[in-house]
Design a protein around this ligand. Structure first.
Ligand code: OFO
Length: 171
């Protein structure tokens, strides 16, 4: 496997693993604050990110590279409020999209079209995740500080959770 592509894929493994831990921290915070819908959504999102990481690990190893399982910085323990959680989620997803775009660029520069093809899955995934985060934030802006609105937002989130367990997805 092309060395530069391998390094970029391993960097992406770190980002996906960090995303998983970040959303796990959000899930745990939400659970501790009685926001059960948000907690379920974030637990599920954390699982999805772990799946994104695993998909990269397997791809690197199957193509003759060496996947490195990274240590991860501790995510925050406390969040200001629900809006803050979704603001951080959107900012995080935007930074992951930038790094996926960087990865696409490296694949093209190195003429690694197989990896380029593989990475397209992540390009679409980021598009969906950013759109979802923006929708959530728009809703939260409408709700403001209204407690009954926040209650309904949290309750509605339960039905937004993907029904399919990403860990069972095949590529
Ligand atoms: Fe891995 O999809 Fe977002 O971060």
């Amino acid at each position: 496997m092309n060395k530069r592509v391998e390094i970029a894929l391993n960097d992406q493994i770190v980002k996906e693993a960090s995303s998983s831990q970040f959303y796990l921290a959000m899930a745990s915070w939400a659970e501790g604050n009685g926001l059960n819908g948000t907690a379920k959504f974030m637990y599920s999102h954390s699982d999805e990110e772990r799946f994104h990481m695993l998909k990269l690990v397997k791809f690197v190893n199957e193509r003759g590279g060496k996947a490195i399982i990274p240590a991860i910085d501790q995510p925050p323990v406390e969040f200001e409020n629900l809006k803050n959680v979704f603001e951080l989620l959107l900012a995080h997803e935007i930074s992951v999209t930038e790094s996926i775009n960087e990865l696409v660029d490296i694949c093209l520069q190195e003429k690694d079209y197989t990896t380029h093809n593989f990475v397209q899955w992540y390009v679409s995934e980021q598009l969906e995740e950013e759109a979802l985060a923006r929708t959530m934030l728009d809703k939260l802006k409408l709700v403001g500080n209204d407690n009954s609105g926040l209650y309904m937002f949290d309750r509605d989130l339960e039905s937004t959770i993907p029904q399919v367990n990403p860990m069972n997805e095949t590529r």
